[in-house]
Design a protein around this ligand. Structure first.
Ligand SMILES: [Zn+2]
Length: 171
């Protein structure tokens, strides 16, 4: 049994697909139309989805702008009172973590390797404290974590919206 592809995988396939003819059931064209409707409704959502699908510098720039917008919104809502300059900096950090949450020192292995080998030692990775996750900076760590959470939520909402719209067109 093969797991049904999730919405993002379907979108990725659809955007790379040459066959956009309307087929029986849910076709690729349904997904692209649904993405278009979501994009119009929520530009931050489409920026996050595009980033995962396209992964090019233009998509990254668009996602950076969306992350800053999210940070500015949280800044007001949570009364962080951070300056724009700081918001731009921490939203950049949050976006990097969102894209690649793996610790860059141990690459998620959680332990150090024996020097000069590929064998795991029993020494836990110091920078990530053995979590295997990219460490957040101490300064504004809480705010950065909140922005990451918001970015993850946005993507989930976008996926749900696409799924609902595709279902609506099919039935
Ligand atoms: Zn590590």
């Amino acid at each position: 049994m093969i797991d049904a592809p999730n919405t993002l995988e379907r979108l990725a396939t659809a955007m790379g697909s040459r066959d956009l003819s309307i087929k029986r059931g849910t076709s690729d064209v349904d997904y692209i139309i649904a993405l278009g409707m979501t994009a119009r409704a929520n530009s931050a959502a489409s920026a996050m989805v595009n980033l995962h699908l396209a992964q090019n510098p233009a998509a990254y720039k668009e996602a950076e702008r969306a992350a800053v917008a999210v940070a500015r919104h949280l800044n007001l809502k949570r009364r962080w009172k951070l300056k724009v300059r700081d918001l731009i900096r921490i939203s950049g950090t949050a976006l990097k973590y969102y894209i690649c949450p793996v610790c860059p020192h141990c690459f998620g292995r959680k332990f150090d390797l024996f020097p000069g080998t590929q064998r795991l030692s029993d020494k836990i990775c110091r920078p990530c404290h053995g979590t295997g996750k990219r460490p957040l900076p101490l300064q504004h760590g809480r705010e950065i974590a909140e922005i990451i959470g918001a970015l993850e939520n946005i993507e989930r909402v976008a996926e749900d919206a696409v799924r609902t719209k595709v279902r609506g067109r099919v039935s």
